[in-house]
Design a protein around this ligand. Structure first.
Ligand SMILES: Cc1ncc(COP(=O)(O)O)c(C=O)c1O
Length: 396
């Protein structure tokens, strides 16, 4: 006789998947529930540009609606946009991708990462991540029953990656190494030498590299260098990028994946069944973004640069050691001299001075002595925030 699942009325909890139950709520969201109920708060917590989307891009989106471009697009994305992305990648990272089978337009890097992982990870497979890292990485891997394998870095060592640790972390179950540079939350990038050593490991052990380069347009010192451009790496890199940060388009939900055709083909199937296509209106707006908005991207970068220099100097002057970030719009100062954990410091600061920062521990255990501050906020607000942070730190 078939054994029936015991039916308990009104026990919805028992129906929730183990993987869904196991992932923790985002530490950032949890913290910001407190922020929203604190009036007069200055937030250095948000991970998105404070600029509004440049008008020419928004205008193109509005025009697309007026013209009736409000339907599904081809699953892979609009051919004209795919062509433009291909040309832009060739110009920016020096790698040529075939728009017909090596590119895919997604609903932001978030969806790109999800389908990239789904295309390579079976239950029990391992993905190496470098912490502190973007909060979604461990959750995305765990949700599909993969195993995140953590490599820790620290502000004492300028968040540099110990390549020996990467070598030692590789097992027969390792499928991929997931990188993000410049990084959320540290703003640190990975230098060419280290990328070359990581590439060597990937080639030797037949691994994929997932390269999240979403902040690659917000670089302050030197040029951005992509692991994809190293010889032998185009064949095994899933390159992720998008419009959220570079063009202040977080709400438009638009990104793209570049990679080997076999993997892109698998991702396209997953995309077809789970999303159909990226938003049509956003794709039309992105055509304008790629073709005509370079000046806007540069204007925002210049503004972030001024803010970065200000906030890093301030933190170091206060005595909270702050590594100089190479890009993105975050600083990750070390608060261990206060004797507090990052959570205690962030909660204390919020209560005493109404400034919201994110405790570093939400980005991984090794972030427990740091706080993440976003400078995607006006210079005026930043100046006031730093007066308050100084007062709070000196009062301890
Ligand atoms: C490193 C990193 N990757 C991906 C994302 C998500 O980007 P998108 O808006 O393109 O989904 C973020 C957003 O904060 C991020 O910091």
């Amino acid at each position: 006789m078939t054994k029936l699942r015991l039916v308990e009325k009104n026990n919805i909890e028992s129906l929730i998947s183990a993987a869904g139950k196991a992932i923790p709520p985002s530490g950032i969201r949890e913290f910001f529930d407190i922020v929203y109920t604190t009036p007069g708060c200055i937030s250095l917590g948000v991970g998105e540009p404070d600029f509004i989307t440049p008008w020419r891009i928004s205008d193109s989106g509005t025009y697309a609606i007026k013209e009736g471009h409000t339907h599904y697009t081809p699953n892979r994305g609009l051919p004209v946009l795919l062509e433009l992305i291909s040309a832009s990648l060739l110009k920016k990272i020096g790698v040529e991708y075939d728009p017909e089978d090596e590119l895919l337009i997604t609903m932001g890097v978030s969806q790109g990462l999800d389908i990239a992982l789904r295309s390579i990870v079976d239950p029990g497979d391992e993905v190496i991540i470098i912490e502190p890292c973007y909060v979604s990485y461990p959750a995305n891997i765990s949700l599909i029953l993969g195993k995140p394998v953590v490599i820790e870095t620290s502000s004492e060592e300028d968040f540099s990656i110990d390549i020996l640790k990467v070598k030692e972390a590789v097992t027969p179950r390792t499928k991929a190494i997931l990188l993000n540079y410049p990084s959320n939350p540290t703003g640190i990038s990975i230098n060419k030498d280290t990328l070359e050593l990581i590439a060597k490991i990937a080639i030797e052990h037949n691994l994929i590299v997932i390269s999240d380069e979403i902040y690659s347009s917000i670089i302050f010192d030197g040029e951005h260098f992509s692991i994809t451009s190293i010889q032998g790496m185009k064949e095994r890199t899933i390159y992720l990028n998008g419009f959220s940060k570079s063009h202040a388009m977080t709400g438009w939900r638009l990104g793209y994946i570049a990679g080997p055709s076999a993997l892109i083909g698998t991702m396209l199937k997953i995309h077809q069944y789970t999303a159909l296509c990226a938003p049509s209106i956003s794709q039309y707006a992105a055509i304008e973004a790629i073709e005509k908005a370079d000046k806007d991207v540069e204007r925002m970068r210049q503004e972030y640069l001024k803010r970065r220099n200000f906030i890093v100097n301030e933190f170091n002057d206060i005595g909270l050691k702050c590594v100089m970030p190479k890009g993105a719009f975050y600083v990750f100062p070390n608060i261990s001299s206060t004797g507090m954990t990052s959570r205690e410091y962030a909660l204390g600061l919020l209560k005493a001075e109404k400034v919201a920062v994110v405790p570093g521990e939400v980005f991984g255990k090794c972030g427990k002595s740091n706080i993440r501050c976003s400078y995607a906020t006006s210079m005026e607000a930043l100046k006031e925030a730093m007066i308050r942070i100084r007062r709070f730190t000196q009062s301890l």
